[in-house]
Design a protein around this ligand. Structure first.
Ligand code: NAG
Ligand code: NAG
Ligand code: NAG
Ligand code: NAG
Ligand code: NAG
Ligand code: CU
Length: 828
């Protein structure tokens, strides 16, 4: 049957009229899907069931602690805002996370709220042995009667609460580096065509000088100072090393006593600056071209217009608001059965607590612990370089996100607050929360008379920590089936090495040449997270469920096949605290089981820990017994670790470990020390994500996120009785021609109409009771879009001139200032 010309004409008129007025109704037999948008706006009244006991201190709390320490605890002799580096001051103030043994009774047995405490780092600079010292202050609120200040030692395996700081006089040390570079201006002009320019440090031909310090076991503090060009355009300084290095003995706290001995250029060591100067005069002296800034370090191309670039790309929209509920004041989120609290710390950024799925416990804590970047190379900078980024602050450096780009335009944004250096600073919109519908389905199936498709919508909590040259995008992702993923993607500038064009170099051993005088330096990113799994309760155990080849003689094979080469499952209990690597050929499932809770089929409820979404298996550190790291990051040696939970071991790392590599406050090896795991133990898993980064020409100007992504996933394993996403997922079943359902080709004779007395497979039980009969065409589960939507430009392209709040971002130069070692005031 073909519609008459007249009908088509009328339809076209209706459609064009509808387009003109901006509303197009697709006639539908079933209109129950239409939304009342006003009903979806009610989540502001949503309230967390309990207080967020992990929440960071408020400004008022921080102020009361500053006052208390300065005025009431005069024996500490601290000032709030120091005027010189010689004073004692309160460097940081934040929440001391309550003990799990106090929080669980509060959450589950209605016990009283755990005491609230703060932890403070005091920067002690009197005398010539500067120290950073942890104290606990509590209980809060501050009261002259009950609040105490006690040395904080219980979280540290070392039993200490202090580390030596590198120096008191940061300003003098900066001055030292710059003067050193000035003193060799004749050399720098000769070799680099540039010199220090104090009037304009951003002059592209100005030179800057930065040290990399290492404390040796002997107690010596040595620094290698390297010259850089400033790279002001996009801040690509780490692409602009200049290849002249000087070794400084910085063991004295008085910078005037520092001495320089060796110099290094183009693969050769000179024992003094005179020797270096003399060598340059020799006609045989081998020079290498300087590493000069230019458009090649620019992060954007505003110019070229290949076909297609004149159109903006597709973007995701959310016309009816989010489906999660957010209690902003308690930082509590609820989404399709998932519930959790979130908080942020200066060192580690966003952490999640008390994660439940459909009312059942899954994890007590999911949080970043440390982010290591370990370099290698044959020059003194790359060769000894490693960064433990919590020292610079993954939370301190989690800056404002770009709406519409870092996160969808429709995301919710949260702020964090930093209490450091005597002040409280707000970091605006640096955590985002959003739902996203993936480009691939969660599940689908085609049958003879029907096709079914379920959308894969997930919930992401995202933040980005920009630590100097590098940007880490950190996601916690929740899926409808109960899976939780941790994903980290790196971008920003690589830390390059000077390309020494000489016969002694071993460049191919450590990277690739990527510009005139720039080589990449291979490095490992190993980023550690803690997952305190509480699978259906705290009493958990872990198994390795191996998928193994085997040879079995089956009775049903006889007498024709004596033995069959096949495979089977074999379970190995993890009986002691240990480190594990991801199994070869993915040949084992790592599963954390509830000790006693079972599903309807008698199987223990579990969560599997899996690696591999992204660039393959998440790696661990290649370097064995790293000289640079000492004992400060033992967790980096294996892919994942299983340990017992203890209140005295809340963290696997500490930001001050960076200053005490050989005697760290937290030595992870003391946490994972092969203790026997008992039946009712509460297990904690530490795991690593990251990459073996061998940057190549495509990392210039910036590393790309699709090549730097890695993740670990926690996937329900017999956790429920069947796939729990069925009840929350949105999708469609297309019932094809006729009135049958499902089926296989050719099986049912007599065409598409059910026969007399034959069961009608189109009738389905509803979970709410009653029945649903599928009709021919599209049968939706969950609510589909049912009408046109009107978009604002803001939904597609947020107005960043209005919405991006920050005017000046405190990006670290990876020196000591602004790190966990202190914030320095220049002498007045
Ligand atoms: C307190 O610290 C200052 C330096 O900030 C120092 O000069 C003074 O001697 C100290 N006072 C006491 C009592 O230790
Ligand atoms: C540092 O050393 C210099 C020279 O050795 C000396 O003049 C100065 O007084 C010292 N400064 C301090 C703070 O001890
Ligand atoms: C690393 O250190 C451990 C413990 O001291 C030692 O047993 C092992 O042999 C070392 N490995 C290497 C490659 O140095
Ligand atoms: C937390 O646990 C540790 C170790 O048992 C203990 O020393 C500390 O006092 C506890 N903290 C509070 C606030 O009770
Ligand atoms: C140290 O960094 C802070 C910002 O974190 C800045 O205000 C201060 O001027 C810096 N001090 C020096 C001596 O560069
Ligand atoms: Cu990298």
């Amino acid at each position: 049957m073909t519609p008459s010309r007249k009908v088509v004409g009328v339809l076209l008129t209706v459609i064009s009229f509808a387009i003109t007025i901006g509303i197009l109704w697709f006639p539908k037999s079933d209109t129950k899907y239409r939304f009342d948008i006003s009903k979806k706006k009610g989540s502001s009244s949503f309230q967390a069931p309990k207080k967020n006991v992990w929440a960071d201190l408020t400004r008022d709390e921080a102020n009361s602690i500053y006052d208390f320490l300065v005025e009431e605890w005069t024996e500490l002799n601290v000032t709030r805002i120091p005027k010189t580096g010689r004073e004692n001051f309160i460097l940081t103030v934040e929440t001391l996370q309550p003990n799990k043994s106090d929080v669980l009774p509060y959450l589950w047995q209605n016990h009283k709220e755990p005491e609230r405490w703060a932890k403070v780092v005091l920067s002690y600079n009197e005398g010539d042995k500067p120290q950073l010292i942890y104290h606990a202050v509590g209980p809060l609120p501050v009261s002259a009667e009950t609040t105490r200040v006690v040395p904080l030692t219980y979280p540290f395996t070392s039993g200490r609460n202090a580390v030596s700081n590198l120096m008191t006089d940061f300003v003098a040390s900066q001055e030292f580096s710059l003067s050193l570079a000035e003193e060799i201006s004749d050399i720098t002009i000769e070799l680099l065509g540039a010199r220090v320019n104090r009037q304009n440090p951003y002059d592209p031909d100005a030179l800057l000088a930065f040290p990399r310090f290492t404390r040796h076991e002997s107690g010596h503090l040595l620094g290698w100072i390297q010259l850089f060009r400033p790279g002001a355009g996009s801040s690509g300084r780490t692409l602009l090393p200049q290849g002249i290095y000087a070794r400084v003995d910085a063991s004295s706290s008085n910078v005037s006593d520092w001495t320089v001995d060796d110099w290094f250029y183009n693969g050769l060591v000179y024992n003094s600056v005179e020797e270096f100067r003399e060598a340059i005069k020799n006609p045989e002296f081998l020079k290498t071209p300087p590493n000069v800034d230019g458009p090649w370090t620019d992060t954007e191309d505003f110019d070229t217009q290949p076909e297609g670039r004149e159109l903006p790309p597709p973007v995701s929209i959310q016309p009816y608001g989010p489906r999660y509920k957010l209690d902003r004041s308690e930082k509590y989120v609820s989404w399709f059965g998932f519930e959790f609290y979130l908080t942020s710390t200066q060192a580690t950024g966003v952490s999640l607590f008390d994660i439940r799925f459909k009312g059942e416990r899954v994890m007590y804590e999911l949080s970043l612990q440390e982010a290591l970047a370990h370099y290698a190379g044959d020059d003194p900078m790359a060769g000894g370089q490693e960064f433990l980024d919590t020292f610079f602050g993954m939370g301190t450096n989690a800056f404002e996100l770009v709406p519409g780009y870092d996160c969808p335009a429709y995301a919710d944004y949260l702020d964090t607050e930093l209490h450091r250096g005597g002040k409280s600073d707000r970091l605006p919109s640096n955590i985002c929360i959003f739902e996203f519908t993936s480009d691939y389905l969660l599940s689908r199936h085609t049958a003879q008379y029907s096709v079914t498709a379920s959308r894969n919508t997930y919930l992401t909590i995202r933040s980005v920590s920009t630590v100097g040259n590098y940007d880490y995008t950190i996601d916690y992702v929740f899926y409808l089936d109960g899976a939780i993923e941790v994903k980290v993607r790196a971008s920003g500038y690589i830390y390059g090495a000077f390309y020494a064009n000489n016969p002694y170099k071993h460049e191919d051993e450590y990277g690739h040449r990527v510009h005139t005088a720039l080589s990449t330096s291979m490095h490992d990113h190993v980023i550690n997270f803690k997952a305190d799994l509480d699978v259906a309760g705290s009493a958990n155990d872990m198994v390795r469920l191996a998928i193994e080849p085997t040879v079995i003689s089956y009775p049903w094979d006889q007498p024709y096949t004596q033995e069959r080469n096949t495979m089977h499952l074999k379970e190995y209990a993890v009986t002691h605290e240990t480190g594990l690597d991801w199994p070869k050929n993915s040949g084992e499932l790592y599963i954390v089981y509830s000790r006693s809770a079972k599903n309807a089929w008698g199987e223990r409820k579990g969560y599997r820990i899996a690696s591999g979404t992204g660039m393959g298996n998440a790696p661990h550190l290649t370097v064995v017994n790293s000289t640079a790291l000492g004992r400060s990051a033992a967790w980096a040696a294996r892919d994942l670790w299983v340990v017992r939970h203890k209140d005295t071991e809340p963290r696997g790392a500490d930001p001050l470990n960076y200053l005490a590599a050989h005697a760290p406050l937290v030595d992870f090896a003391a946490l994972a020390d092969a203790e026997r795991l008992a039946a009712a133990d509460d297990l904690v898993v530490y795991f690593n994500v990251g990459s073996h980064h061998v940057p190549h020409s495509g990392d210039v100007p910036n590393t790309l996120m699709h090549t730097s992504a890695s993740g670990v996933m926690f996937v329900p394993h017999n956790f429920a009785d069947r796939d729990p996403s069925r009840e929350s997922v949105q999708g469609v079943r297309v019932q094809l021609q006729g009135r049958r359902s499902g089926g296989f080709a050719g099986e049912v004779p007599g065409g598409d109409v059910p026969g007399e007395g034959e069961e009608d497979l189109r009738v389905r039980e509803k979970s709410s009771g009653g029945r649903y009969k599928m009709h021919e065409g599209a049968n939706y589960f969950g609510t589909p879009y049912g009408e046109d939507v009107k978009l604002r430009l803001e939904d597609l392209e947020p107005d960043l001139e209005r919405r991006y709040e920050s005017k000046d971002i405190r990006v670290s130069d990876l020196g000591l200032n602004g790190s966990a070692a202190g914030i320095w005031a220049a002498a007045p």
